[in-house]
Structures are given as structure tokens and as C-alpha cells.
Design a protein around this ligand. Structure first.
Ligand code: NAI
Length: 393
């Protein structure tokens, strides 16, 4: 089949297996060149198929020769529709791991459920005995908790309505967008889905099953961002959930003092999860331009390999006053943010292509789905049905 991108605002409903494969190969080549080599060797990644979780899996697997088990929620092809990009990413990851003699197995299903937790723990006990690192990188729209309650995450403010410039992703124009305040239930829902409760449940389940080393590492990813986006992010529903996640690191440490539990605050990057946040894509496009000009722009793989190489496994882990690792250090530097504020004031539909890196935004967006990858021949017929080697059908 010849596959073309089908984009609807912030989502692409098709994915290209060869483009996804090429992305994986490039990320592998990048981490191999970094000489990281100092991370645990049995790593469980929850949310392992795209974005930061995928980069974490590649960094552990190919940067540190770690065995990895990846948990995620992806759809295979049904013969007519393509699979989701995370499916194709994992096919390629496992195939490359096999070639390199690196253990890699995957579990596709709802990480919030007890069933998937049990299945994962069973696999860990059977193949490894214990994990020595758990990376929690879920970004989900909803969660059914263990009592059967459905919680939905929302991207709203928590105080008054917020109106700001925004990039209309349908036609690249600058418009004004208003984000409404959330109801209490929506705030609670977002905390339930994107907060730390499920991270803690994973750690407790692993502990209970004696499937985690006493001094294992665990890390979850957070975001803060600039003041400009505070009303929609840091002070919004998602920010409340992130504070809950950050607090969960403390709870994990209190409950299991020997565990090394951290939250890493990462840089803003285009991923399937972040592209859906209102107002934020314009910030991405402006930020990309400024950081690329400054020579310190990073993608997920650069962020995570720097996290592994320079922060997480240091004798003294560098943390801020709240105990968080700050991978957003370059993004939030005064120099970068001063330029962001200036560009934000100036940006209009007429000058958006000069003032922001809108091309870079879309390049990242399409590449996430395996498109616009220069090395791939998109005229070539490809098979859209492929299996993840470790997943039985
Ligand atoms: P993403 O959308 O690329 O990845 C989400 C992952 O979660 C995928 O592997 C997906 O399959 C998995 N997933 C979703 N629902 C699931 C479920 N019910 N069961 C099992 N797996 C499920 O997202 P991204 O951006 O990599 O986000 C990961 C974490 O990083 C999130 O906590 C996010 O807030 C955080 N973060 C993201 C930033 C960004 O700008 N993209 C910046 C800083 C932190």
C-alpha cells in the first residue's frame, strides 16, 4: 500500500512503517554515539512506544545494553487502516534489539488496569526476577481505576477563562483562543489520569510481588513551561496533575526509602500528547526557532540521553529546591525566555513563518507518524500489517 498522511488538526490518522523504522534507527545511532553506559540493566518502561517513553527505552536498550520491557497502548493494522505509530516503532525497536542481541519484550494494553500490571509482573518474574528501573511515561486521555470508575483528563484552566494567541493548526494562521475554566470534576479527573496515583500503584504492585530491587530507580516525567503558558499548563488542570505526580515521588521515597524515586521536568516537545494542548503549539514553534538558533535545541532522544548520562545516575543527583531533576534548564533559561516573550508579542499570521519555526513544528509532527523522513521512499509499496515479535496473536 502507498501510505499518505491524513492530518486532522493535531492528529494524523495514518502512520508509515518504514518512516517509523528510520526514526528508530536514527535514535539508536544517536544514543550509541553518546557513551552513556551507566544505567540499570533490567528496565521497565510504562508508555514505551512514542515520545519520551520510547526515547527512554532506546536510551536504556542501546545506550546501556539494558534489557527492556515496554508497556503501551497501541493498535495494530486491521489490513485496511495502518497501525498506530507506536506499534510500528515497537516492531522496529524489537527487530533492531534482536539483531543487537538485546532482550526486548512488549505488552500492549491498558497500563492502568490490574490485568496489565499482573501480566507485566509475571513476565518480569519469569524472565528477570526483578527490575532495577521503572520509567513512568504515560500520557493518556482517560483511566478506569481499580474500582471501575472512569476518569477523563482535560486541558483547561483552573481559575478564570484565558484568552491568548494560538496557532490554528488547520491553516497556520494566528488566531485568538479562549480556554475555559474546568469544573471541579474535570480537575479531579485530570489528576486521576495524569497524576501519580497509578505510578505509585505500579511500584506497590512490583514491591508486593517482590519484583523490584530494593535500591531500584524510578522516574516519571513532568513539565512546567514558561509563565506565558501558566494559565493553561502550570496553573491549569494538567499542572495540578503534575504537582500530584511530583508529590508522588516524595510518597514513594517515604514508603520505600531505599528506592531512588525522581521526577524529571522535561523540555517542551511535539509529541502526540503535547500537540493536543491548546495555545502550546505556537509556543513550541517559537521556542524551536530560538533554541535552534542558539544551538541548544533537543528532541526526546537528546533529552533522555542527557538525563541518563549527566543527571540521573550521578552520585549526587542534581535536583532543584523541590527535589526535581531539571531537563528544562535550557528551555527556561533567561536568555531563551526573553526572546520567546518578544517573539510572542510580535507574531502575526503575516510573519509567523519568519518569527517561529513553524516548519520545524510540522516536520516533527509528520515525522512522529513516520512521514517526511528524507531517507524513506514514499512511492514504494509497503506492507502495513506487521507484528511486534514478542507479542503473540
Ligand atoms: P506520548 O503521547 O508520545 O506517549 C504516551 C505513551 O503512553 C505512549 O507509549 C502510549 O502508548 C502510552 N499510553 C497511553 N495510554 C496508555 C494506557 N492506558 N496504557 C498503556 N499505555 C498508554 O507522550 P509524551 O509527550 O512522550 O508524554 C510522556 C510523559 O512526558 C507525560 O507524562 C508528559 O506529560 C511528559 N512530558 C511531555 C512533554 C512534552 O512536551 N511532550 C514535556 C515534559 C513532560
Amino acid at each position: 500500500m502507498i501510505i499518505e498522511p491524513k492530518v486532522r488538526e493535531f492528529i494524523c490518522t495514518t502512520a508509515h512503517p518504514e518512516g517509523c523504522r528510520e526514526n528508530i534507527k536514527q535514535q539508536i545511532a544517536y544514543v550509541k554515539a553518546q557513551n552513556i553506559n551507566k544505567c540499570p540493566k533490567k528496565v521497565l518502561i510504562i508508555g514505551a512506544s512514542t515520545g519520551y517513553g520510547l526515547a527512554s527505552r532506546i536510551t536504556a536498550g542501546f545506550g546501556c545494553q539494558a534489557d527492556t520491557i515496554g508497556v503501551f497502548f497501541e493498535k495494530p493494522s486491521n489490513g485496511k487502516r495502518t497501525a498506530t505509530p507506536g506499534w510500528y516503532n515497537t516492531v522496529a525497536f524489537e527487530e533492531e534489539a534482536k539483531k543487537a542481541g538485546i532482550y526486548a519484550k512488549s505488552i500492549n494494553g491498558d497500563a492502568f488496569s490490574e490485568e496489565i500490571k499482573e501480566k507485566t509482573i509475571h513476565l518480569i518474574k519469569q524472565d528477570w526476577g526483578k527490575v532495577d528501573m521503572v520509567i513512568y511515561s504515560l500520557a493518556a486521555p482517560r483511566r478506569t481505576d481499580k474500582d471501575g470508575n472512569l476518569w477523563v483528563s482535560s486541558l483547561k484552566t483552573t481559575k478564570e477563562s484565558f484568552t491568548e494567541k494560538s496557532l490554528d493548526l488547520r491553516n497556520n494562521t494566528i488566531v485568538e483562543k479562549t480556554v475555559d475554566p474546568a469544573e471541579l470534576e474535570e480537575i479531579q479527573g485530570t489528576i486521576k489520569v495524569m497524576g501519580g496515583e497509578d505510578w505509585l500503584e505500579w511500584i506497590e504492585a512490583l514491591k508486593k510481588a517482590n519484583a523490584i530491587e530494593e535500591d531500584a530507580y524510578t522516574v516519571a516525567y513532568s513539565y512546567i513551561g514558561p509563565e506565558l503558558t501558566y494559565p493553561i499548563y502550570f496553573d491549569g488542570t494538567i499542572g495540578q496533575a503534575k504537582r500530584h505526580l511530583e508529590n508522588t515521588a516524595k510518597i514513594i521515597k517515604e514508603k520505600f526509602p531505599k528506592l531512588q524515586a525522581y521526577v524529571s521536568v522535561n523540555k517542551a516537545l511535539v509529541t502526540q500528547a503535547s500537540a493536543a494542548i491548546p495555545i502550546v503549539p505556537l509556543y513550541f514553534a517559537i521556542l524551536y526557532k530560538i533554541m535552534k538558533e542558539a544551538g541548544n535545541h533537543e528532541g526526546c532522544i537528546q533529552q533522555i540521553s542527557r538525563l541518563f548520562k549527566e543527571k540521573l545516575f550521578e552520585e549526587e543527583v542534581p535536583v532543584d529546591e523541590k527535589g526535581r531533576i531539571r531537563m528544562d534548564d535550557w528551555e527556561l533559561s533567561e536568555k531563551v525566555q526573553k526572546k520567546v516573550v518578544e517573539a510572542w508579542k510580535e507574531v502575526t499570521t503575516e510573519n509567523v513563518t519568519e518569527i517561529s519555526d513553524i516548519e520545524g513544528y510540522w516536520e516533527d509532527f509528520y515525522q512522529m507518524f513516520g512521514f517526511y523522513v528524507p531517507e524513506v521512499d514514499y512511492e514504494k509499496d509497503v506492507d502495513i500489517e506487521c507484528s511486534i515479535p514478542s507479542i503473540e496473536h
